[in-house]
Design a protein around this ligand. Structure first.
Ligand code: ATP
Length: 248
């Protein structure tokens, strides 16, 4: 039986600067507890889709002009980014934007800012994040800007976790990282999904890795979903092999 959709994106169109049509009717769903990959090349519209979901397009002069977005059955496409965060939809942006001049731990703490909870509870959550990312515990007092790319990606995901997400929108987690670190990060994603029931919508150009860790995938080309299916199914597909995995 299909799990009920946590996130339901239905036919969205996105226009930048009032004229540039970038998403041309994108539909996708993320089931409760799912890991869904949004695949496709540079400029296909992956980042735009994630930003549409968390309503971060305004500052880019972009807007959703058609379609709808529901989260847990509630319409959210008019909702402010902070109201989405309160509902547990948390974005980890491309380029793992940490505050470089803050320590790793201070970065993590900024992720809890919207929650009105006690210090002791935040301390417990911090320990939990360190449980998932032991490297971050070692680096807790280092300036984030001086940690490695992999550690910065972990800090960015850890900060999202401090906001108690039910869904993380993860943009290009593998970008610029060595294969071994990419593997480590995806293992943690899988672990968070299995133990904390965090659902993921992740944009990736690294099709091979994404399909190994995701349950389901959508392939975007030029602002349209051109293919979708279970991760196993996509990994076996001849066109996917040829165009995205470089094997045929
Ligand atoms: P990438 O991996 O490079 O981020 P992507 O699949 O995430 O690629 P988007 O970043 O969503 O793609 O970009 C989709 C298209 O929208 C591209 O053609 C891009 O040039 C265009 N675009 C993105 N942001 C803006 C903007 N603020 N104003 C105008 N056009 C934009």
């Amino acid at each position: 039986a299909l799990a009920k959709p946590l996130l339901d994106v239905n036919g969205i169109e996105v226009i930048y600067n009032h004229v540039i049509l970038v998403l041309k009717g994108v539909s996708l769903t993320v089931p409760e507890g799912g890991i869904v990959a949004l695949l496709g090349g540079n400029g296909a519209g992956k980042t735009t889709t994630l930003k549409a979901v968390s309503n971060l397009l305004k500052s880019e002069r972009g807007e959703v002009t058609k379609g709808s977005i529901h989260f847990r059955g509630e319409r959210v496409d008019e909702m402010s980014p902070s109201d989405l965060v309160k509902r547990g939809v948390i974005q980890v942006m491309e380029g793992r934007r940490c505050f470089g001049h803050l320590t790793v731990e201070e970065n993590l703490l900024t992720g809890a800012y919207t929650r009105k909870v006690s210090r002791s509870e935040i301390q417990l959550d911090l320990e939990k994040v360190y449980g998932f990312f032991p490297r971050l515990k070692q680096r807790r007092t280092s300036m984030a800007g001086f940690t490695s790319g992999g550690e910065q990606q972990m800090t960015a995901i850890g900060r999202a976790l401090m906001g108690k997400p039910s869904m993380i929108l993860l943009d290009e987690p593998s970008m610029g990282l060595a294969p071994q670190i990419v593997e480590e990060i995806f293992e943690i994603v899988k672990n968070l999904n299995a133990t904390e029931r965090v659902s993921f919508l992740l944009a990736e150009q690294n099709t091979m890795v994404a399909l190994r860790f995701a349950d389901f995938g959508y392939i975007l080309e030029n602002g349209r979903v051109v293919m979708e299916g279970t991760a196993d199914h996509l990994a076996e597909n001849e066109d996917v092999k040829e165009f995205y995995l470089g094997i045929s």
